[in-house]
Design a protein around this ligand. Structure first.
Ligand code: 4NP
Length: 153
């Protein structure tokens, strides 16, 4: 089993969107029995909550299943339990290294570093632009699946 964890700050906007999108992509390729997918936030403000309305609306618009998305906080155990820890932006990476008390970790990557346009996924909690998030996260998820196929499948 290959295990993928998406990480953002609050786990209500970007990383649950990535979780739902990547699950959809993996299912469409018939790989759902081989890849386990989850998401978490570095912050604890939204533990137990459903995704932000903006994320839910965009997933509904593009007919992506949003079942089972519940906010949770990243834990140190996640670094053992997952193979790919995929953060949305550089500040998420700073936060998770602080949590780990390490300067680097081989499983950690920034989502859009896997694409031709490496950059942060801007936070729609502040920008309000969930359409932009959807586009960027879709590109990143496609690139991530290609990487996993090359490395593990
Ligand atoms: P996310 O966005 O990291 O993409 O889930 C945020 C959601 C909530 C907060 C910040 C960012 N917040 O401060 O509550």
């Amino acid at each position: 089993m290959i295990r993928v964890l998406f990480v953002c700050l609050g786990n209500i906007c970007r990383s649950p969107m990535a979780e739902a999108l990547f699950k959809d992509l993996v299912k469409r390729e018939g790989l759902e029995d081989q890849i386990k997918i989850d998401s978490a936030g570095t912050g604890d403000w939204h533990v137990g909550e459903p995704p932000h309305e903006g994320t839910l609306k965009i997933l509904e618009k593009y007919e992506i299943d949003a079942t089972g998305l519940v906010g949770r906080q990243l834990t140190v155990d996640d670094f053992e339990a997952f193979d790919y820890i995929v953060a949305m932006d550089e500040s998420n990476i700073d936060n998770l290294y602080r949590m780990l008390n390490k300067p680097k970790h081989p499983k950690v990557m920034r989502l859009l570093d896997l694409t031709d346009e490496p950059k942060d996924v801007p936070d729609p909690y502040y920008t309000g632009n969930f359409e932009e998030t959807y586009e960027l996260v879709t590109n990143g998820c496609q690139a991530l699946l290609e990487k996993i196929k090359k490395e593990r499948l």
